[in-house]
Design a protein around this ligand. Structure first.
Ligand SMILES: [Ca+2]
Ligand SMILES: [Ca+2]
Length: 256
């Protein structure tokens, strides 16, 4: 393997997968506070076990790690969630997350050093790994290129919106049985929108959400499923496009 290929392998190591990107980003001055904001999908100020699972799964996508290394990384990350949850509230506040990522970076660097050593010792192995990684990257690029920009943007927004809805559902469905009751929904949503919407004029009360809950099409009474909630949430998220509804809302709140 010549020097150019070796440098290429280094570049591939730095690519794509979120966990890895976060680590590399940190080296490039991207701070873990920014990483926290990315991981806190629904923006409520903490990373839940559900949001954190995205980071653990991303270990599978870490370029050039062996399967054994990926598994070890996932186990390590799973354990870290409990270890770094200092106040034991099953969620990572910003400080806790930053401490976790700082420790994880050390491990990730060790993994990469091991890989680099293997590459240096075995050029054929390195070449093969590099080719596989490049192929994967090309496939992703082709997929992205073949999609019209508008569709790409729509998908991007839909992913964000569905991600937020998914996390909210996880928070509301306390016993994890796939059903959110009217009480769970109304209490959580009123609290959540209070946090997200600064202008009190556009905040909604628990009573507003109770009415919304009753109007939502549900297969079972007093049980909002995740699919139903995602539909409900997306409807709410796109409401401002519907001018009649905004006018009605303004009229209701006594605003001309
Ligand atoms: Ca969150
Ligand atoms: Ca905590």
């Amino acid at each position: 393997m010549n020097k150019k290929t070796f440098l290429g392998a280094l570049a591939v190591l730095a690519l794509a997968a979120p966990a890895n990107a976060l680590e590399c980003g940190a080296a490039a001055g991207f701070n873990f506070g920014d990483a926290f904001d990315l991981m806190d999908v629904n923006g409520d100020g903490f990373v839940s076990a559900n949001e954190y699972a995205g980071l653990v799964d991303a270990a599978d996508q870490t370029p050039l790690l062996t399967d054994a290394q990926k598994q070890a990384k996932k186990k390590r990350l799973e354990k870290a969630f409990k270890q770094f949850d200092a106040d034991k509230n099953d969620r990572l506040e910003k400080e806790e997350f930053i401490r976790l990522m700082t420790a994880e970076t050390q491990f990730a660097m060790k993994d990469q050093m091991e890989q680099m050593k293997k590459f240096a010792d075995d050029p054929d192995y390195a070449e093969k790994q590099l080719q596989a990684a490049m192929e994967k990257l090309n496939q992703t690029m082709e997929k992205v290129k073949s999609m019209p920009t508008e569709k790409l943007a729509d998908n991007f927004l839909a992913n964000i919106s569905n991600g937020i809805a998914d996390e909210n559902f996880f928070q509301m469905d306390k016993n994890g049985n796939g059903c959110v009751t009217e009480d769970e929904y109304a209490v959580y949503m009123a609290e959540y929108t209070k946090k997200m919407v600064n202008d009190p004029q556009f905040q909604m009360s628990e009573q507003d959400f109770r009415e919304m809950y009753r109007e939502e099409k549900k297969a079972k009474p007093n049980c909002l499923t995740k699919d139903e909630y995602i539909r409900n949430f997306n409807k709410m998220a796109t409401a401002p496009d519907d001018f009649d509804d905004v006018d009605a809302l303004l009229a209701e709140t006594g605003e001309d």
